[in-house]
Design a binder for this molecule. Structure first.
Ligand SMILES: *Cc1c(COP(=O)(O)O)cnc(C)c1O
Length: 340
């Protein structure tokens, strides 16, 4: 028996790809599958995204790109982050990966994208040099596409002005938020990550942008007990029953990616929202019930109306971080890929 079950719905992912393609109105969609596909499983989601119309895959590191190359022999794979070493660059060359260059040193024999810093203030060139023959693309990254469209537009304008004379090269600037809300950011291609997974780049309900969550996470009550008035549940006695209270013990904790700061969020028990009470520990947490329920009662942590965005607000973080933190390896959960 697994303690919890993670289901990845590639049908939902494909529908999200089509929603993005409609929004992009002719620009290409590049599927960002770094960090193991935002915790969803990069190999599976990459295949579904390509099948639904994405034309390239993006990752953060050369090792991530090499792992994908093992499965996808001919597709374009763009490494968004810097190379770790010269050895990695040689491996990228042999594997036909495309690299992003943010400091001006352009390796030979590799297709590269030059990254211009237009306001993110991290990786990126301050000025664009005349692009040598290795350069196939020009890019920038937006700091505020989800929060400050005016600043994002100023970045886009800088990028447009700096790259105008090289419009023969593939120009790309948009992430998910920009692809959905800033038409002027679309250029030739958009690098979309979070929206592929049916997570909102605005940390609001993804349905507002026509997106469907791809990941669901379910478990069941391992034990149910009644606390007497004054009895507590969990480390530190942070939840003390004020009157006789039924609680259910859920066999998932921060060791599985159900973060310690999720106390107070709601999960669905027997179809009804129930509050997480007391301290979340490594392998379990407690929920407050309104009645006795049998052990084995289904608990939904994510999916089926339980939104990562709602959990993220309770934890003071964003859905991206929550998704990346889910430990879906076989030692902690059973992972099933479906196509619904
Ligand atoms: C991660 C990343 C993206 C994808 O961003 P989302 O908000 O997940 O769509 C796009 N571009 C770069 C450079 C990235 O690092």
């Amino acid at each position: 028996m697994h303690r919890s079950e993670i289901t990845i719905d590639l049908g939902a992912l494909r529908r999200n790809v089509r929603t993005l393609l409609r929004a992009l109105d002719g620009s290409r969609l590049w599927a960002v599958v770094k960090a193991d596909g935002y915790g969803h499983g990069a190999i599976d989601v990459a295949g579904a995204a390509l099948g639904a119309g994405a034309t390239a895959l993006c990752v953060a590191t050369i090792p991530e790109g090499l792992a994908l190359r093992g499965e996808y022999r001919t597709e374009r794979i763009v490494v968004l982050g810097p190379a770790g070493s010269n050895r990695e660059v040689a491996q990228a060359r042999d594997a036909g990966l495309e690299l992003v260059i943010a400091d001006g040193e352009i390796p030979e024999g590799v297709r590269v994208h030059l990254k211009l810093d237009t306001g993110m203030g991290r990786y990126g060139l301050t000025e664009l040099p005349p692009p040598p023959a290795e350069v196939v693309g020009l890019m920038t990254h937006l700091a505020t596409a989800d929060s400050d469209p005016a600043f994002a537009r100023s970045q886009i304008e800088r990028f447009r002005a700096a790259t105008e004379e090289f419009s023969n090269l593939t120009r790309h600037a948009a992430n998910s938020a920009a692809a959905l809300r800033l038409p002027e950011s679309r250029f030739d291609a958009a690098r979309c990550g979070v929206a592929l997974y049916g997570l909102s780049p605005f940390n609001t309900d993804p349905a507002e942008d026509g997106l469907e969550p791809v990941l669901s996470w379910q478990t069941s009550l391992a034990q149910v007990k009644q606390l007497d008035s004054g009895q507590s549940a969990g480390y530190g006695r942070r939840f003390v029953a004020e009157s006789p209270t039924w609680i259910g013990i859920v066999p998932v904790g921060y060791g599985d990616g159900f973060r310690r700061d999720l106390t107070g969020t709601e999960v669905r028990v027997a179809g009804e929202p129930r509050r997480v009470v007391g301290t979340v520990s490594m392998d379990s947490f407690a929920v407050e019930l309104d009645r006795e329920l049998p052990a084995g009662t289904p608990v939904v942590l994510l999916g089926h109306g339980m939104l990562a965005e709602a959990h993220a607000r309770v934890a003071g973080t964003i859905n991206y971080e929550l998704a990346c933190g889910i430990e879906s390896g076989p030692l902690r959960a059973r992972r099933t890929v479906i196509d619904a």
